[in-house]
Write a protein that binds this ligand. Structure first.
Ligand code: HEC
Length: 139
């Protein structure tokens, strides 16, 4: 009985294969990229309600990403993650958390902003660069 439940039970991170995890995090980063572009176009058009929903979605995706870098996923499946991530995991996680927090901050400042693009750069796009320049392979 317990084996049966273990097999059909909730699909936790621990059950996922290395392949699923690496492909999963790549897919989530790609999704955040297309969402970020939508956030920019919606905000530029003054469609703040829709933009804010997507900001929250991005924030949540970053939290999910925190759990997608276990020790056994440092190589393979065309990962562009650098070993430095696991050498300084706390700093990496802190940057991911800050990126998530900044998306929530963005929801409260975007509407009053005088310069939409500069605000998006400060609270959204700068996170990508800050992390990639250290923790992602040149691509
Ligand atoms: C805290 C770190 C961090 C932040 C913040 C971050 N990224 Fe990344 N990103 C990574 C890492 C690490 C990879 C490599 C993942 C892998 O291949 O294992 C990556 C990969 C990607 C990829 C390639 C996915 C693929 O299919 O291989 C895209 C696109 C991307 N990021 C876009 C973004 C954008 C856009 C932002 C900001 C809105 C962003 N990332 C924010 C760390 C980050």
């Amino acid at each position: 009985m317990s084996l049966f439940f273990a097999m059909v039970g909730t699909h936790s991170i621990a059950d996922q294969s290395v392949e699923e995890i690496i492909k999963g995090r790549k897919a989530l980063f790609s999704k955040n990229y297309s969402t970020a572009k939508r956030v920019q176009s919606l905000s530029s058009n003054g469609d703040f309600d829709k933009a804010k929903k997507l900001m929250i979605e991005m924030s949540e995706n970053y939290i999910t990403l925190l759990g997608l870098f276990p020790e056994n996923t440092q190589e393979g499946y065309k990962t562009e993650s650098l070993p430095l991530i696991w050498q300084e995991k706390e700093a990496f996680n802190a940057l991911m958390q800050k990126s998530s927090d900044n998306m929530i901050k963005l929801t409260s400042v975007i509407e009053e902003s005088d310069d939409i693009l500069a605000t998006l750069r400060e609270f959204m796009w700068s996170s990508c660069k800050a992390c990639h320049s250290k923790y992602r392979m040149p691509h």
